[in-house]
Design a protein around this ligand. Structure first.
Ligand SMILES: Cc1cc2nc3c(=O)[nH]c(=O)nc-3n(C[C@H](O)[C@H](O)[C@H](O)COP(=O)(O)O)c2cc1C
Length: 198
């Protein structure tokens, strides 16, 4: 698939079929993630691929419990896309245990050497995560960028053995989509482009 087509249709896919995903495809996604740029090419990222049913159940249960107190019904006047997004996020948070694969994007404080900067950890992880999302789309896989790991940080660390000094940037559920990919809804370029001056 053409890269522009993949970028333009890499919607958050929050409903996934339970069918397994070939590990080779997951490795291809990690390949794409690790082609991203990072400060000084420091590549301070790591990816934990979670397929173990017990681990997914423990993490999924902790996230669902934490999110239960946060999610409310979408406001009555919310437009359709907001309602779909909130309902989808709630459904996804409640179904992590049955997602075929969860990828936890992690980062280490490695740059600049000698005086590492926390912000540069995130600036390495997010381009990698976006590369992964676009690559998943190109392969026909569904994926959603989430920060659900923040809701259950201790359970995620404990379950996966993530050292305290390692940062956790994103938790990305991946599987064959149970909703269609389609054009992402974004502001038009004319609204955000500034030629030469603000
Ligand atoms: C940093 C970041 C965090 C996100 N966290 C979540 C999340 O926790 N749960 C979720 O369902 N979606 C999450 N998303 C996905 C966005 O909500 C989604 O991409 C956005 O609403 C646009 O929808 P679209 O990608 O389908 O066009 C996150 C996206 C980013 C970039």
């Amino acid at each position: 698939m053409d890269v522009f087509e993949a970028m333009g249709s890499a919607r958050a896919i929050r409903y996934l079929k339970p069918d397994p995903v070939d590990p080779e495809l997951i490795e291809k996604l990690i390949w794409a993630a690790t082609r991203a740029s990072s400060p000084g090419n420091s590549q301070g990222w790591d990816f934990v691929v979670i397929t173990d049913a017990d681990a997914k159940a423990r993490i999924g249960g902790a996230v669902a419990d934490a999110m239960a107190g946060i999610f409310r019904e979408p406001p009555a006047d919310a437009d359709r896309s907001v309602r779909l997004m909130l309902n989808g996020a709630r459904a996804l948070a409640g179904s992590l245990a049955t997602a075929p694969v969860l990828v936890l994007v992690c980062g280490r404080m490695v740059y600049p050497p000698g005086n590492p900067d926390e912000q540069l950890v995130w600036s390495a992880c997010y381009p990698a995560a976006q590369n992964l999302i676009v690559a998943a789309r190109a392969l026909g896989l569904g994926a959603t960028f989430t920060t659900f790991q923040r809701r259950a940080e201790q359970v995620v660390r404990g379950t996966l053995g993530i050292p305290d000094e390692v940062r956790m940037a994103a938790l990305i559920p991946i599987g064959w989509p149970d909703r269609e990919h389609g054009p992402v809804n974004r502001k038009p370029v004319e609204e955000v482009i500034h030629w030469d001056r603000w």
